[in-house]
Design a protein around this ligand. Structure first.
Ligand SMILES: NC(=O)c1ccc[n+]([C@@H]2O[C@H](COP(=O)([O-])OP(=O)(O)OC[C@H]3O[C@@H](n4cnc5c(N)ncnc54)[C@H](OP(=O)(O)O)[C@@H]3O)[C@@H](O)[C@H]2O)c1
Length: 231
């Protein structure tokens, strides 16, 4: 049986990843910052014993390290670094920037992702086919930016893209594939009700891409349906 570790597992795309991997018979290590308030995830656990919930705030690097030590015996076949924040929408525009929130956005969306991967690397290295999937955004693409604004979110996802590109090169010798996703514009709390697709469509697409990924594709920036995106 394969094991996946998912961050931000309590709602939105993270919860849908938990549902679909559990349905496919994977062991799911579902990490979220407030397990006691994760109603839908708790419901999923009550129907599926292969889903286990762990407390993890990805902006708390010490907490990540402690959890990784607790789970050191686990072989991890896949890390889904999904947890992310948009940042305070009022503090996004030049002239009215909220620098404290910008730091929090970078700590969550960039350092949090890198720290999770770094902390769980021993478990990943024991897998026969280790893979890392990271939830970035097309808004992190510098080439695709034609509308400006959204400094906090765009800069965090651009930085995430840069670090994941480097990581994909650094991990080639360990045969660990890294995929960087734009999940589409998805109907979640972050995407809002006007979004174009639902979480099920997005996650079904990403799981398909993850299941097919070969080392020749490591370091690619792709949409949920496999379309390649410009950095
Ligand atoms: N929806 C879209 O259209 C869209 C488009 C492009 C990219 N994305 C990316 O896809 C990922 C998932 O987005 P979503 O739409 O599912 O967003 P969402 O509905 O807002 O859910 C965000 C998830 O991240 C978790 N999270 C935030 N900060 C965290 C922290 N410090 N520690 C642990 N968990 C934390 C949240 O937990 P809490 O409940 O505790 O807050 C929640 O589980 C994000 O990285 C996002 O940037 C989404």
């Amino acid at each position: 049986m394969s094991t996946v570790l998912i961050t931000g597992a309590n709602r939105g795309l993270g919860l849908e990843f938990c549902r679909q991997y559990a349905e496919q018979g994977w062991d799911v290590l579902a990490c979220c910052r407030n397990p006691e308030q994760a109603g839908e995830l708790t419901q999923l656990v009550s129907h599926n014993s292969a889903v286990r919930v762990f407390k993890m705030d990805v902006s708390d690097r010490k907490m990540i390290g402690i959890l990784a030590e607790d789970l050191v015996e686990f072989t991890i076949d896949l890390i889904i670094a999904n947890a992310g924040v948009y940042g305070d929408r009022r503090g996004h525009e030049f002239g009215n920037l909220d620098y404290a929130d910008w730091i929090n956005t970078l700590e969550t969306n960039v350092m949090g992702v890198v720290k999770v991967i770094e902390a769980f690397m021993p478990g990943l290295k024991r897998s026969q086919k280790p893979r890392i999937a990271v939830l970035s955004s097309q808004m992190g693409s510098i080439e695709d930016n034609s509308s400006g604004g959204s400094f906090l979110y765009r800069s965090s996802k651009a930085a995430l893209n840069a670090t994941m590109k480097s990581l994909s090169i650094d991990l080639k010798s360990d045969d660990i594939a890294v995929l960087v996703f734009h999940p589409g514009w998805v109907k979640t709390d972050m995407g809002g009700t006007q979004a174009l697709i639902d979480a099920k469509t997005s996650v079904t697409g990403m799981i398909k891409q993850i299941s097919h990924v070969e080392m020749s594709q490591t370091g690619q920036f792709v949409k949920y349906d496999g379309t390649q995106l410009p950095w």
